[in-house]
Ligand binder design. Sequence first.
Ligand code: NAP
Length: 257
Amino acid sequence: MRLQGKVALLTGAGSGIGKTTAELFAKEGATVIVNDIDQSKGKETAKGIQAGGGSALFLHADVTDSDSVQTMVKEAIKAYAKIDILFNNAGISGVGALHEIEPEAWDRVVQVNLRGVFLPSKHVLPHMMERKAGNIINMSSCIAEIGLARRASYSATKGAVLALTKSMQVDYAKYNIRVNAILPGTIMTPFVEQYLKNAYEDPEAAIAAIKTRQLSGELGRPEDVANGVLFLASDESSFMMGSPLYMDGGVVFGKDA
Ligand code: NAP
């Protein structure tokens, strides 16, 4: 019970890494606020947690919309009086070299992946500052550290999230708020399945190629990342501040040939 008594808000928790992390947080004793833009997937996550004896509430919001996020945070505070942990997880993929990307598609990736970290943080931070306690985990990606083909918009946002994390940590350390980032490698989730279908003619060949760039030889699982997020959310990581945590099967630091 590493999160006993804590209240955690997770964005984009209707699917993939966010969903698995919400389930793990609940098992560890947290009251979980499940956010997603997709009502049915978000409600399903919350229902599953409740059915397993955990405490969960679904709150709908689009993380790119300030009013929507503000209302979600107000409802969360009304229900539980505090938010101890914010996991800024919601994100979308973006495919293409820079010259191939339409401006609207670029803007949407920036909106969800960067504004979608800014807005929940903006609306949750005043509550954490008032209590002089809080823990924020931002979803970056190992792509913030390495060049990968045809991922210009996505890598730009994930690099920005890593830089933002460090800047946030400096500003909020005096309020006893920690801000860290998680940097996964390729994790098999609905997001990646969709990306593989959209970006490659032969998704199976693409998976084989992705496996060869990882020392693990396998793609990651949502559980792998959820365990890292749990560590960042718990007091076990209390000396980590403004840091990246890599969960990437060796993509960033390993080279086999
Ligand atoms: P996922 O399975 O697609 O889950 C993301 C969830 O966020 C989806 O339910 C999605 O809803 C939701 N969402 C999208 N836009 C939203 C918005 N505006 N407001 C609220 N919720 C929104 O993806 P995942 O693979 O778990 O990825 C989660 C995060 O990890 C993302 O930030 C991603 O960039 C990051 N990441 C993933 C990998 C990987 O290999 N999977 C690696 C590194 C980093 P819809 O399905 O309706 O869009």
